[in-house]
Design a protein around this ligand. Structure first.
Ligand code: NAD
Length: 491
């Protein structure tokens, strides 16, 4: 298959980058070059900003229904292309099509916000002589920078509310995962988005990403990615125009399994959470705390599920786990595996690294009884590596679960409703699952993390607030108290 030609989408047209540079994208499964990707320069970012700026007056003054029509049409087009989009991620990310839900999620976001695009403000009669109103207005030019692991999920999460609110946007894809965003960019004109309303840029973070972060005309920026990049962006923003920031960062999610839990379900779901997409998910429960009395049975059941995972060709439906996304990621994971072997015990079963499946595959790795301060317990690995520790009391489990810089997702398994609710309340985490892990299809719930896992929440209706400025308008009205029957003597 000839490599796919991926270009910048600026002002409604597919164009090469300003200096015509490209880079090759390789399949982590076959090693073949699958795309030649245009590398965005600082100039390309400037052009995209200029296009978005020019498109803003018309887009922001359209009725919400008109904007909603384009969002809804795009949702349908994404749904129609679902199978093709899944294969593109399999090709470039090695992500099994069996774990693909991005089309469903992204279409869901565009559909949801197509009907939700009616920002209203508040009004007040609390100032004597005044009838005040607040307006919610779009920022203008906004941007998004997204990671590689579930690219279309982030495309939808960020762009749907931003566009519904009346902003114009540029989005930078990950250098590891431009294909699905490029495919969706090809739908934008037909969906009815005027040129410049959405601009899709491809390229590396230190060039295009840095130019976006420090751009003086971008007013709001939503980023999903690593803590390290989040820090770089925050510094760039502090040194430029203090743009409004939304951050979705890493995780080191705990799952607490009490001895009255449905053990089979807990083992299967926690195993799937960490091994799904070969551990390359932010919400994966990489730390499992299991109550002592059921620990042996739990570990045995967990390992049974882990060992049964079928690793292989990501393009096939029967495949459960693909390779790591690239050699850098593979080597990072293997470094942590070596580190974990020094600090704790690695299970012999369900912990194989099957060489026969190709050189970027890492099989399920299960560590037992790692010290709480071990590197593998503290740092996000982003691979199929899980640490299982035991606990005796609810307090102990909560203390260990909360002893992390991260706070993205946490799960508790128990059949005691009071305990479930106590623990859910006590967990320092933006999202908590009770008898479940990561229900990823719920796009009407706030998605985001406590502590080092981010700033702000995405996905749900109120996330539109992040894409809207608020303006208080004070209106002096002679005799307003008399007219509306308010006896306001505060002033
Ligand atoms: P990354 O931080 O390496 O890259 C993310 C994006 O930032 C890419 O588009 C990259 O090009 C860009 N970038 C890199 N350097 C930049 C810079 N200096 N300035 C501006 N942009 C720059 O992350 P990744 O490896 O793509 O993704 C994995 C990380 O994302 C993990 O930490 C994972 O937990 C996190 N993640 C979080 C969530 C969430 O919702 N909280 C979801 C998915 C992934």
């Amino acid at each position: 298959m000839a490599p796919i030609d991926v270009r910048q989408f600026i002002n409604g047209k597919f164009v090469p980058s300003r200096d015509d540079e490209t880079f090759d994208l390789f399949s982590p499964y076959s090693g073949e070059c699958v795309a030649k990707v245009s590398e965005a320069t600082v100039d390309d970012v400037d052009q995209a900003v200029a296009a978005a700026k020019a498109a803003f007056p018309a887009w922001s003054t359209m009725s919400p229904q008109q904007r909603g029509k384009s969002l809804a049409k795009l949702a349908q087009m994404i749904t129609d292309a679902d199978a093709e989009l899944a294969q593109l991620d399999a090709l470039s990310l090695g992500r099994p099509i069996s774990s693909y839900f991005d089309g469903y999620y992204a279409a869901g976001q565009f559909r949801y916000f197509s009907e939700a695009a009616y920002p209203v403000g508040t009004s007040s009669l609390n100032t004597p002589g005044f009838m005040n109103v607040s307006l919610r207005q779009p920022y203008g030019v906004c941007a998004a920078i997204i990671p590689w692991n579930a690219p279309l999920v982030f495309f939808g999460k960020k762009l749907a509310p931003a566009l519904a609110a009346g902003n114009t946007v540029l989005i930078k894809t990950s250098e590891k995962a431009p294909l699905t965003s490029d495919r969706v960019a090809k739908m934008l004109n037909e969906a009815g988005f005027p040129p410049g309303v959405v601009n899709v840029l491809h390229g590396h973070g230190h060039v295009a990403g840095a130019a976006i972060s420090s751009h003086m005309e971008i007013r709001a920026l939503s980023f999903t990615g690593s803590v390290r990049t989040g820090r770089a962006i925050q510094k760039a923003v502090a040194d430029s125009n203090f743009k409004h920031l939304i951050f979705e960062l890493g995780g080191k999610s705990p799952a607490i399994i009490f001895d009255d839990a449905d053990l089979e379900r807990a083992a299967q779901e926690t195993q799937n959470s960490i091994m799904w997409h070969s551990g390359q998910t932010c919400m994966a429960n990489s730390r499992i705390y299991v109550q002592k009395g059921i620990a042996e049975k739990f570990i045995q059941t967990f390992n049974g599920f882990a060992a049964a995972r079928k690793l292989g060709d990501p393009a096939l439906m029967e495949t459960m786990s693909g390779p790591q996304v690239d050699r850098t990621q593979f080597e990072t994971v293997m470094r942590y595996v070596e580190e974990g072997k020094k600090t704790g015990q690695m299970m012999a079963t369900g912990a194989a690294m099957p060489k026969e499946n190709g050189d970027l595959f890492v099989g399920p790795v299960v560590f037992l009884q790692q010290p709480e301060d071990a590197k593998v317990m503290k740092e996000e690995i982003f691979g199929p590596v899980v640490c299982i520790n035991t606990f005796e009391t609810e307090q102990e489990a909560l203390k260990c679960a909360n002893d992390s810089e991260f706070g993205l997702y946490a799960a508790v398994y128990t059949t005691d409703i009071n305990r479930a609710l106590r623990v859910a309340k006590g967990l320092e985490s933006g999202m908590v699952g009770v008898n479940c892990t990561s229900p990823t299809g719920a796009w009407d719930m706030p998605f985001g993390g406590y502590k080092g896992s981010g700033i702000g929440r995405e996905s749900f209706l109120d996330s539109m607030d992040d894409w809207l400025e608020q303006k208080a308008v004070y209106i002096r009205v002679d005799g307003v108290e008399k007219a509306v029957g308010v006896n306001n003597t505060l002033g």
